[in-house]
Design a protein around this ligand. Structure first.
Ligand SMILES: C[S@@+](CC[C@H](N)C(=O)[O-])C[C@H]1O[C@@H](n2cnc3c(N)ncnc32)[C@H](O)[C@@H]1O
Length: 256
């Protein structure tokens, strides 16, 4: 007789990544991809209220990284709308501020940090925002495994972790391979938008701005951009940078 406890104990809890080695694609492009090694991202816990809200709404609004291409129309319950993926949405401050201004657009927020996703989920539920869905997982893997090639109208990366020490630069998400992967997932005319407050990361991005032949670098500002580029609010990380007198740099590219 099958052990009926087995499936209960082996099934990950709501929104939890499965135990064991995370999915990691071996790319054969010869380009550079973020190498995170054994980095573990902030774990944090949810309050009781957050946990209850998360468990009630995650099955509808969220999913965990898996090896399955998303049926975007089915997930959002509407057909043919533009889709933007935001990688590293943090607590979703700018996500929740921008989404009501782009209700016609499907927004997929990707983040590893569960309390951040729980905070965004709370905002979505409280404010009745219905054009945002969330994926818990590594943004590079989400793009590679869950996003159809040439399917996205935009990709956003706001204030990515700067990894300031030279020996950690290989962990930065903006790399030649990530730019190539993003370009393959964007539709022609789709937009990549990156913002950073970190001068050294900005210099790093400046060096990579023209390396991807599928992307045309537009700089900043680009008033004719076909997607919303005003981030609307100062996020926690942006605010910390401004407190230190950092300059905010924004970057836009379009898929050729
Ligand atoms: C410095 S925070 C910025 C968060 C938010 N965009 C903001 O401006 O407040 C960077 C976020 O990216 C997330 N992150 C880092 N690497 C990631 C990856 N490979 N995939 C998804 N999220 C990632 C981190 O967990 C963190 O919440």
């Amino acid at each position: 007789m099958p052990n009926s406890n087995f499936s209960q104990t082996s099934r990950p809890a709501t929104g939890e990544l499965p135990p064991g080695r995370p999915l990691q694609t071996e790319f054969d492009t010869g380009l550079d991809y973020p190498r995170l090694g054994s980095v573990t991202f902030r774990r944090g816990t949810l309050t009781e209220n957050q946990e209850a809200l998360f468990n009630a709404h995650w099955p509808r609004l969220g999913r965990v990284l898996e090896d399955t291409v998303i049926d975007v129309d089915a997930w959002f319950g509407r057909a043919g709308h533009p889709t933007i993926v935001e990688i590293g949405s943090g607590t979703g401050t700018s996500t929740a501020a921008m989404a009501p201004l782009e209700r016609d657009t499907n927004i997929i927020a990707v983040e590893l940090y569960k309390p951040g996703l729980a905070k965004l989920l709370g905002s979505l539920v409280r404010e009745g925002i219905d054009n945002v869905r969330m994926i818990r997982g590594d943004g590079v893997e989400v793009l590679a495994r869950m996003c159809e090639p040439a399917s996205l109208d935009g990709v956003r990366i706001f204030f990515p972790d700067p990894w300031p020490k030279a020996r950690h630069h290989k962990r930065r998400i903006i790399q030649s391979g990530t730019l190539n992967l993003i370009a393959t997932r964007l539709k022609p005319g789709g937009v990549l938008h990156v913002a950073t407050d970190h001068a050294d990361y900005a210099a790093w991005i400046d060096e990579l701005a023209h390396v991807e032949p599928l992307l045309e670098y537009k700089g900043w500002p680009w008033p004719e951009a076909p997607v919303l580029t005003d981030r609307q609010v100062i996020t926690k990380f942006e605010g910390k940078g401004l407190d230190k007198d950092h300059t905010i740099r924004e970057y836009l590219w379009t898929k050729k």
